[in-house]
Design a protein around this ligand. Sequence first.
Ligand code: GLY
Length: 260
Amino acid sequence: MSHPSITFDHAITRRPAKSIVDGLRAIDIGAPDYDGMIRAHDAYVAALRSTGADVRVLDPIEAFPDAQFVEDTALCLPQGAILMHPGAPSRVGEVQEMAPHLREIYTDIRSIQGGGHIEGGDILVTGREILVGLSDRTNAAGVAELETIAHDWGHTVRTVITPPGVLHFKTDCSLMDPETILSTRKLDASGCFDGYRVLHVPDGEEAAANAIRFNDLVIMADGFPRTAEMLFRAGFKVVAIDNTDCAKLDGGMSCLSLRF
Ligand code: GLY
């Protein structure tokens, strides 16, 4: 199946910096291990490349400990890219680090530049619309700015809710195909996916909900065998990547790339 929501020629990633030990986290469960993070990042890039996509790996930036989570800096759509305005003050500068790379690729680049905040982790592009979850990082003013731009490009934006205590909307969900969502039961219970086919991550495997569909692959975090089995049985080709160290910074599979 080919569709702009799951079919990509390119991805941009950023190699983790040694400063990841200072990365933001909701709960401190120990410092991420740099070597482990690099090994996992290399495996992630290899998985993306195995689909035939051109994958750019940007240099680490020590000044921005969360900069490997490039997804939060921009929304890439077929018509153009939108530079975000992160709600985390320590991450705002990451956007200007990403901008020149997107300018090499896109002719139409817009920015969230009013008072609003929005991070890419709160945005799920499905086969029919753009869902944006309000969260501690994304507010209504940010969504309104995004909606104006996306509407210009022919997209519909729908505001939804990120469950309390969850970092980003996509911490709890992923697109598996244009009409199929992988979600925690908690997020799906909000009704935000009514009308879609929804696959629930099994109880106890909620951290598996952040995955990506990238061309013919579903790339998910390792260590969630029941979710992997469910996706395999549903017909998806699954690759699992160690997410141990990223998870210590509340990061996952979607956070590590911009895909377009
Ligand atoms: N550590 C990722 C974030 O909080 O944005």
